[in-house]
Design a protein around this ligand. Sequence first.
Ligand code: PLP
Length: 399
Amino acid sequence: MSDPASPWTLARRAARLNPSTIREILKLTELPGIISLAGGLPAPESFPVEAMAEASARVLRDQPREALQYAASEGFGPLREWLSAQLARDGLKADPARILVTTGSQQGLDLVGKVLVDPGSRVAVEQPTYLGALQAFAPFEPEFQPLACDDEGPLPEAFAAARGARMAYLLPNFQNPSGRSIPAARREAIVAQAAAHGVPIVEDNPYGELWYDEAPPPPLSAAAGEGAVYLGSFSKVLAPGLRLGFVVAPAALFPKLLQAKQAADLHTPGFNQRVAYEVVRDGFLDTHLPAVRARYKRQRDAMQAALQAHLPAGCRWQKPHGGMFFWVELPPAVDATALLPRAVEAGVAYVPGAPFFSDGGRSDCLRLSFVTVTPERIDEGVRALAGVIAQALDTRKAA
Ligand SMILES: Cc1ncc(COP(=O)(O)O)c(C=O)c1O
């Protein structure tokens, strides 16, 4: 509502910027004594503090003036070369000249939205999907088009209805929030159907390196070529505070994304890029990532065991093979949003599922994170959650 005493008139797009539900919930979880399974943050114990300290000192000693100067909007050349070599290991051929370093992959989402979406443009999204992407695209006023999904991700036949969409935003590895992954055969079918119906793919892959059972199949972008944009991030492999991500863009988009990047923040901090490069250049991740995977796998297994032991019949979930999240579907008509205050009273917090649906669709599901809580506390938290769900079921039966 406009205030007649105020000289400020907000842009229409500002009305579409809303407080992040997750941030609001995270505030709740900071209350003392709450076991928070709500967070989306990596475990701080996994941050390579020593390696970062040494690399920062080296950068300040050997290249201080370059590191502290304005820099190229595309990103630090050696880091882009390293990324290209790294992506080749995952099966994605990426010319360093088409890699744009971004200030977190969240900025990549904003730039992609800016360059591709007009008011009313259709953007096809998974159900559920990453809330932060819905928030990044929303100010450009798209019409979100839900893609029908099952436990293996979007159905290939769903792409026919997406013909004419400016993009399909897809998360093939250990999706946030559902934890699901798209198997190799489904990936091939999706790429074929997306190409057949002229739907470009925006592939977001911040969790691909966090696998606990086996490495994921090659990215969609490997097969989709010029029909895909690929987004990656250092947040889950080094540390999110670096705010380092990247976009691999087709020739048709790279110049526009670069211009949007220039207008947004000129460039991603050169100091951070050089420090990250110093950390990773000589194979650091080959020892660091297995340690992170081993830590998270223990926690993933603890959560799987706790869910099996405690959740009442009628709850449904899939064990994720990587990433940070379990997605629990509750028995019909148990509302996860309505249940949250009772769960917090019982000492446990989670994120209700509804905001992850572009149409606000389903409230009978919730997201649990396992990476920042010890196995013992995971068991305690899941037990408390199970009690609250069981109580809701009893109340429903009695009604
Ligand atoms: C699916 C997904 N995409 C993008 C991001 C943003 O990551 P970054 O820290 O690289 O901006 C996140 C963060 O949690 C995410 O879960």
